[in-house]
Design a protein around this ligand. Structure first.
Ligand code: GLY
Length: 579
């Protein structure tokens, strides 16, 4: 039964991911811009970002407009019912800031809330339905970004999203298929069926009234969402957290056994945070601090790799892949051991990003064999995370750079839409550790720092990152992909810095992933020669292929010419636009 559930959990994740993200064979070139570049997963959203820049908005205005637009056109991950992170860098003051709009647990949440009376973890409850929803942060986060750094009026950056929701947007083939495939979710085991029976509003909105299939070129309209966006445009975040939308969410929660109350929504705050920073071969890495593990673990891995002459190695040869994979393994063990919401625990971030810690990891890496994960972290194992999130990168004419990664967690989140709102709610509660004090080799983790508690923010892997050289911004990157996110970002960064790839090659380049547990090195299909795979296997690596890892829409800035290069990831129907 447990196995069956795992298989179906994985099925949902893979099924949704594949609908929205897959390889294309086109070798595209990065787009160029002198005045601004926007790279996101969606052409509507990227165009809206560019229009905002042309209208005189800055990169923050554009980032908020893109975020609202994706909530309409990319409902698998774009959202106002989820949460995320934004890193902003200002070229004149050289100031960098992080905005944390991660979801938080509601007041009624408890460490054991997903365990049955026998103490068994009920996975479905943490993924589907009202109990899976964390208090959303996106609207407060966007409002905070605009209040502090936006130039345009609030309503101007929401207007394009309202237009898309009210009058619809044209589905492309992939989006139409993704909506049609949602029907298959109903053909699943009993407990999924029970959870999804509370998702009537979701399926009403994401099906055609006559039950027919969506087709390419269909115009997809979301009237309720348009009304919610109008309320937010008129009343600001108050509409969402204290006004009509809050009322509708709290009512739906009460009706269907969810925990989020009016008080939880009213209490929610987005925070300004100090980004986590590191140095890698003369580049400054500026990334997301806790409650994301992303920036810390990225810098930890780069520190370890700095001690190896990666650039002299074959990019996809045995030596480089072994060293990178072992580095990932050790860093992800630290992630599992130490990381959580720092308001609740002391997290040793300083130590983890120190060069001394990196040195101690290097001393433990054996260049001749892989060290089994169980040998380095005997008592801790982790669960899979959903791989649906989205990242976008923006730079404006003044060189203000924004990296935003935000999410509903799983594709389409919890499949809950509170009646009358049109807003898909996240299933971010599944990012907490599920079973206190209990770890096993099947994938449960019970370590303290990321256990559920009221008002706590669940640990994330999102890694929006900006890279600076000699004080000047050279790169903006990030990715979706659950726990694979940090490794995707690492792959892109080393492709540019160590392997001298241009940004499009770096983004398109094959990726590998090791998360400590499961003790598996995943490589993108066809990316690595068979003989290299064999030699890695002979060193003890357990290797699996994966169809596609991440979706890293990135920007590179040529410091000599000042030209911006935008690279949409070839794995998705992403869109890079420059002007
Ligand atoms: N839900 C994915 C993440 O926050 O890392």
């Amino acid at each position: 039964m447990a196995l069956k559930r795992r298989i179906f959990g994985l099925f949902i994740i893979i099924f949704l991911l594949v609908q929205w993200v897959c390889f294309t064979s086109d070798e595209e070139k990065a787009v160029q811009g002198k005045n601004g570049v926007v790279v996101s997963v969606d052409q509507y959203a990227s165009q809206i970002g560019i229009d905002i820049l042309k209208k005189g908005g800055n990169a923050v205005d554009a980032a908020v407009a893109v975020g609202f637009a994706l909530a309409v056109t990319y409902p698998a991950a774009g959202n106002i019912g989820g949460g995320g992170f934004m890193i902003i860098r200002f070229p004149d003051t050289r100031e960098s800031v992080a905005i944390d709009f991660r979801e938080m647990a509601p007041a009624g949440a408890t460490p054991n809330m997903y365990l049955d009376e026998k103490g068994k973890y009920e996975r479905t409850k943490s993924y589907l339905g009202h109990l899976a929803v964390g208090v959303p942060g996106t609207v407060k986060g966007f409002e905070l970004a605009m209040q502090k750094y936006g130039k345009l009026p609030w309503e101007d950056v929401i207007a394009p999203a309202i237009e898309l929701a009210e009058n619809g947007f044209v589905l492309n083939k992939r989006r139409a298929k993704a909506l049609n495939d949602l029907k298959q979710l109903k053909k699943i085991p009993k407990d999924f069926e029970v959870a999804l029976s509370k998702s009537k509003e979701f399926f009403r909105i994401f099906s055609k009234p006559d039950g027919s299939e969506f087709a390419e070129e269909d115009v997809f309209v979301q009237k309720d969402l348009a009304e919610s966006l109008k309320l937010i445009a008129d009343q600001g975040s108050e509409a969402f957290y204290e006004g009509k939308i809050a009322e509708l969410i709290a009512r739906d929660m009460e009706k269907h056994g969810g925990l989020i109350t009016n008080d939880d929504l009213a209490r929610y705050e987005a925070f300004m945070r100090e980004p986590v920073k590191g140095n890698y071969r003369g580049y400054e890495i500026i990334s997301m601090p806790l409650p994301s593990s992303g920036g810390t673990i990225l810098i930890e891995m780069l520190n370890v790799l700095e001690g190896f002459e990666l650039g002299k190695m074959e990019r996809y040869g045995q030596e480089a892949l072994h060293v990178i994979s072992e580095t990932m393994k050790f860093a992800y063990l630290d992630r599992a051991k130490y990381m959580g919401d720092e308001l609740f625990d002391d997290i040793p971030v300083k130590r983890l990003i120190s060069k001394e810690h990196a040195q101690s990891i290097r001393e433990n890496i054996d260049l001749n064999r892989t060290i089994p994960s169980a040998e380095i972290g005997k008592d801790i194992l982790t669960i899979e995370e959903a791989e649906e999130t989205t990242h976008y990168s923006i730079i404006d004419k003044d060189g203000i750079a924004v990296a935003t990664t935000y999410t509903l967690n799983g594709g389409f989140g919890s499949f809950v839409i509170a009646e009358g709102t049109g807003i898909i709610l996240n299933n971010e509660m599944a990012d907490f550790n599920m079973k206190p004090g209990y770890t096993d080799d099947k994938g449960l983790i019970g370590t303290e720092p990321n256990l559920i508690a009221p008002y706590k923010r669940m640990l994330s892997s999102m890694t929006p990152t900006i890279i600076v050289k000699n004080g000047k911004i050279v790169m903006i990157t990030g990715s979706p992909g659950g726990r694979t996110i940090i490794n995707t970002v690492l792959n892109v960064i080393i492709n540019v810095i160590d392997f001298n790839m241009n940004i499009q090659e770096a983004v398109n380049g094959y990726r590998i992933n090791h998360e400590w547990m499961p003790d598996i090195l995943r490589v993108e299909k066809e990316g690595i020669l068979e003989e290299v795979i064999d030699s890695l296997k002979s060193m003890g690596h357990k290797i699996k292929t994966t169809r596609s890892q991440g979706d890293a829409h990135s920007i590179f800035i040529d410091l000599k010419t000042g030209i911006y290069y935008g690279a949409a990831d070839k794995r998705s129907s992403g869109s890079a636009i420059g002007y």
